[in-house]
Design a protein around this ligand. Structure first.
Ligand code: MIC
Ligand code: SF4
Length: 641
């Protein structure tokens, strides 16, 4: 039967469920990845499940987020992660080796495999034809223990690419165009699958930029075919053995098709404060820029940084701004050094940072007050840069480089001839910052290192049939996990310490939230559409749970956050009639009879004396997990049985 790539991969991995859009399926997971900021929790949870060694084909633990090491906390976390990897049979990538998604693409990703990662940009590996999804740490822990991953069978949206990109226009502009067309909400349960003649004009790093930032649409994942270009990339990485051809059949049927003519795309920009607020650069009036940041898992490949170096070669960045760059991996840096690009970049006046997430997650390089920062990153949520009133614009490496030269947001086509770049036939391969899994006999003797900042996992009681308490906060649409559980240099070091990190819940929205939740003994969160968009951090569920949040009542949820709420025993409910959002205020006393969670339920607003009908999309298994008090006690019970 004819098929899309998505159908082909899912067919090989489906263990349970119907191949019908919307029905729950269980998938066998071949590989997992974690990064340090979500990894410590994931491994504590894996340890609690009580398995001796990971059961996947292979799993990788990266360190790339929390790399400042201003005191013992991050360093302790890194040692903990390394000892966990050795004890349980994982690959461990040391801090400084690079950003997890860039490294996974270079050294690990396989076409046709399934991958889940405790980071929302795991779909980067979709650039090589891997079916890769972001998930909460607990789901990754379960997959490492051999459990399947449950999703809704997706609606497959075919994005048909024709034509060829013009000079100074690149993959980032393509994904910004996709975001302009589909926005950041309304795409839950969809897979964006790229096909058509235009695919052949894009290299693997370009494809990975597109699937990486596809995350911002809220879809399950994005994927490209695995073709001759993929083979060429894998050969250049010395990994041709990992190649497998994977293309859609010529008569494959998509649930919906979006046509994009690559030759019609112009340099694009996402305006503050949403990756979905996209315009053409030339349509945005002159914007004076104070800072330019190049890097992040979206745009830090050799291709991207070489374009920057060629654009800057022999020139000097504008006196009126500061520019910095964080390369995606050591392989990228080694090439930049060998081929002279590093010198050109440094000479032009760029500050070079570590091969890590860095500024993208507010780990340094926060912009000045009320200033404008132009970044090649994937997210520009308010305050994420570390400066609440900074205005962050998201652009391609081409636009960033030319903006760095002019001092104003600039359409790069104004600068002249587009430089030719050639990627190596054979990349420099040096895996000496990747520690390999130990043989089982040795692994069993490894002692886990636990510093004082690694606190034991909190435990929670089973849920009762009636939930009552105050509406602790009422927020609007598109609330991100950065609003719920901010990151940045101050807060990230507490990712392994739930009592401490919970003090920062909703800090950027309501500084009194922690106090209110404590005083009321917990309660409810009220929100609008697309609640929980953005990252996969389960701390945005776990920390509110720790503060006694019982249910989140909103108009709609983002996929990963919804799963995280279930995993930690917070009931995710939606309004049957979205207009009822207006019938709830912060401070209202609420009672919700959830019963066995098999159907909808009624919310009584005791303060206003009204009743509101609520719904949910929970499967019977989700309901059971919630009632048990979360996925960890539930999975332990199941593994024991
Ligand atoms: C992000 O880009 O927001 C992060 C930081 O990579 C998160 C993970 C985290 O919060 O640790 C993500 O995208 O999932
Ligand atoms: Fe790291 Fe930023 Fe990518 Fe998240 S989006 S993984 S913080 S580089």
């Amino acid at each position: 039967m004819a098929g899309t790539i998505t159908e082909k991969i899912l067919k090989e991995h489906i263990i349970e469920g119907e191949t019908k859009a919307g029905s729950e399926i269980a998938l066998r997971i071949d590989n997992t990845l974690t990064q340090d900021a979500t990894g410590t929790m994931a491994y504590l949870q894996f340890e609690a499940i009580g398995i001796d060694r990971v059961k996947t084909q292979f799993s990788v633990s990266f360190v790339d987020h929390n790399t400042l090491q201003t005191d013992f906390k991050n360093a302790d976390d890194h040692k903990f992660l390394e000892s966990m990897a050795k004890r349980y049979g994982l690959y461990f990538s040391k801090p400084g080796n690079g950003i997890c998604h860039q490294l996974f693409l270079e050294r690990f990703a396989k076409p046709g495999n399934t991958l889940i990662g405790s980071d929302s940009h795991t779909p980067t590996a979709g650039g090589i034809g891997c079916f890769a999804m972001g998930a909460g740490g607990l789901d990754v822990a379960c997959a490492m223990a051999g459990a399947p991953f449950r999703i809704r069978y997706p609606k497959i949206v075919g994005i048909k690419l024709t034509g060829k990109l013009n000079p100074w226009v690149s993959a980032k502009d393509v994904i910004l165009e996709v975001l302009r067309l589909v926005d950041v909400k309304g795409n839950v349960g969809k897979v964006f699958e790229y096909f058509g003649e235009g695919v052949k004009t894009l290299g693997v790093p370009d494809r990975a930029t597109i699937t990486n930032m596809g995350t911002e649409t809220g879809c399950t994942t994005s994927i490209f075919p695995s073709d001759d270009i993929t083979l060429e990339f894998l050969k250049a990485q010395g990994r041709e053995k990992d190649f497998r051809r994977l293309e859609p059949d010529s008569d494959a049927v998509y649930d919906e098709v979006i046509h994009i003519d690559l030759s019609g795309i112009e340099p694009m920009v996402a305006l503050p404060h949403s990756p979905g607020a996209v315009k053409r650069v030339r349509e945005v009036g002159p914007v004076k820029v104070d800072q330019v940041a190049i890097g992040s898992c979206t745009n830090s490949s050799l291709r991207d940084l070489k374009i920057v170096s060629k654009a800057l070669k022999g020139r000097t960045v504008s006196d009126t701004l500061h520019v910095f760059m964080s390369p995606g991996s050591r392989q990228v840096v080694e090439h930049l050094i060998e081929e002279g690009d590093y010198t050109d970049i440094v000479r032009a006046g760029v500050r070079i940072m570590e091969n890590a997430c860095g500024a993208c997650i507010g780990m340094g390089c926060a912009p000045a007050s009320n200033s404008v920062s132009v970044r090649t990153f994937n997210r520009n949520f308010e305050g994420r840069s570390g400066t609440k009133d900074a205005k962050v614009y998201l652009v391609s490496p081409e636009t960033a480089a030319v903006t760095a030269l002019t001092g104003f947001l600039t359409d790069p086509r104004e600068i002249g001839e587009y430089p030719e770049i050639k990627l190596p036939d054979r990349f420099i391969i040096n895996d000496n910052m990747i520690v390999k899994p130990l043989p089982i006999e040795e692994a069993l003797n490894v002692e886990i290192f636990r510093g004082p900042n690694i606190k034991p996992l909190p435990t929670f009681d089973p849920l009762s049939d009636t939930l009552s308490g105050k509406a602790l906060i009422k927020v609007g649409d598109n609330i991100t996990t950065d609003h719920i559980m901010p990151a940045g240099a101050k807060i990230l070091p507490f990712r392994s310490n739930i009592p401490e990190i919970s003090k920062f819940v909703f800090e950027a929205v309501d500084t009194k939230f922690y106090q209110k939740a404590k005083e009321s003994g917990g309660g409810f969160i009220i929100g609008g559409e697309n609640y929980g968009q953005g990252s996969s951090r389960e701390h945005a569920a776990l920390a509110p749970k720790y503060l006694g949040v019982k249910a989140v009542i909103v108009k709609s949820f983002a996929r990963i956050h919804l799963a995280n709420l279930i995993n930690f025993g917070i009931v995710p409910l939606t309004f049957k009639n979205p207009a009822d959002y207006d019938n709830l205020e912060e401070g209202d006393d609420l009672v919700v009879e959830i019963g066995d969670l098999k159907g909808g339920c009624i919310l009584k607003n005791m303060t206003k004396g009204i009743e509101i009908e609520l719904e949910h999309t929970l499967s019977d298994m989700d309901a059971e997990i919630l009632k048990t008090g979360g996925k960890l006690p539930w999975i332990k019970k199941n593994f024991e049985e």
